[in-house]
Design a protein around this ligand. Structure first.
Ligand code: IPE
Ligand code: IPE
Ligand code: MG
Length: 260
C-alpha cells in the first residue's frame, strides 16, 4: 500500500482503539456545514461542495456503525434553506434523490435503517416518493438508524407539537395538568429515539441554526473548523474521544457523578 495511505489508516485505527466501547453515544447528531465555502475556495460552484459532501456522509455512517452508535441524525436541509437561490435548492433535491437511490443497496447490506424528520410534504414529489420507498425498503434493518433532517427546523417541530397537544386537549383526550416532558417528547418528530448525547458541527460556526432544540438540552457539543466535504472517519472518532473525556454532570456536582 502507498505509505501515505497506510499512515492515514493507521491513524484512523489508533483513534478507534482509544474509544471506550462501553461509553459510546447511542445517538450522534451532525450539522453538516461548509459545503458552499469548501467549493468556492477552489473556484467551484457551491453545488460541487454538496456533491462532495456525500462521501463525508458515508464516512460518518461507517464510523458510527464501526463503534456501535445506534442513531446518526444529519441536518441536511433546514426550513430556512428553502430561501436559498432556486438553482441551489433544485440541485440539492436532485442530489438527495440520486444519493438515496445510489446508496440503497449499501444501506441494506449494512443493516442501516433510513428515516427522515422534517416537513417532507414540502419536498418535491420525486424526492418524497424516493424517500418513502427507501424508508420502506430499509425498515427491517436494525444495526443503525440514519435520520435525515429535511425541511426541518426545531421551531417548526415545536409548533407541530404544540398544535398536536392543543388538539388532543380540545378533544378531551389529554388533561393539560397531566402534560409531562414525555408528552412533549412523544409529539416531536424524534419520538421513540434517544436524545443525542453528542452534537457535531463542522465549518467553524458555533451555532445551532434551529436544530433539535429540545433534544440537545444536555448534549455535548463538538465544533470543528473542518468543512463538511473534508469530514472523515477520524473526525468522528476524535469527537467521540473528546466526548468520553468530558464529565456530564446533568446539574449535579462532580462527586455525585463519580463517587469516591
Ligand atoms: C451545508 O453547507 C449544507 C446545507 C446547508 C444544505 P452550506 O451549503 O451551508 O455551506 P456554507 O456554510 O455556505 O459553506
Ligand atoms: C444549517 O446550516 C443547516 C444545515 C446544515 C442543513 P446553514 O448553513 O443553513 O446555517 P447558518 O445559516 O450558517 O446558520
Ligand atoms: Mg452553511
Amino acid at each position: 500500500m502507498h505509505p501515505v495511505l497506510e499512515s492515514h489508516e493507521d491513524n484512523q485505527e489508533a483513534l478507534k482503539q482509544r474509544i471506550d466501547p462501553k461509553r459510546v453515544p447511542r445517538h450522534i447528531a451532525v450539522i453538516m456545514d461548509g459545503n458552499g465555502r469548501w467549493a468556492e475556495r477552489q473556484g467551484e460552484h457551491r453545488v460541487v461542495g454538496h456533491a462532495n459532501g456525500v462521501r463525508s456522509v458515508r464516512e460518518a455512517l461507517v464510523a458510527c456503525r464501526e463503534i456501535g452508535v445506534g442513531y446518526l441524525t444529519l441536518y441536511a436541509f433546514s426550513t430556512e434553506n428553502w430561501n436559498r437561490p432556486k438553482p441551489e435548492v433544485d440541485a440539492l433535491m436532485d442530489l438527495l434523490v440520486k444519493t438515496v437511490v445510489g446508496e440503497l443497496e449499501e444501506l441494506n447490506a449494512n443493516g442501516v435503517r433510513l428515516n427522515t424528520i422534517g416537513d417532507t410534504a414540502a419536498l418535491p414529489e420525486s424526492c418524497r416518493t424516493t424517500l418513502l420507498d427507501a424508508i420502506a425498503a430499509t425498515a427491517k434493518n436494525d444495526r443503525i438508524t440514519i435520520t435525515l433532517a429535511l425541511s426541518y427546523s426545531a421551531r417548526w417541530e415545536m409548533v407541530g407539537m404544540a398544535r398536536a397537544i392543543a388538539r388532543e386537549a380540545k378533544e378531551g383526550l389529554l388533561d393539560p395538568e397531566a402534560i409531562t416532558e414525555a408528552t412533549v417528547a412523544d409529539r416531536l418528530s424524534t419520538a421513540g429515539m434517544p436524545d443525542p448525547e453528542l452534537l457535531i458541527r463542522t465549518s467553524g460556526e458555533h451555532r445551532i441554526s434551529n436544530f433539535l432544540l429540545w433534544q440537545i438540552a444536555y448534549a455535548e457539543l463538538w465544533f470543528t473548523p473542518v468543512m463538511w466535504p473534508d469530514f472523515r472517519k477520524e473526525h468522528l472518532f476524535q469527537a467521540v474521544i473528546d466526548y468520553q473525556c468530558r464529565e456530564r454532570r446533568f446539574g449535579l456536582i462532580s462527586e455525585q457523578v463519580t463517587p469516591g
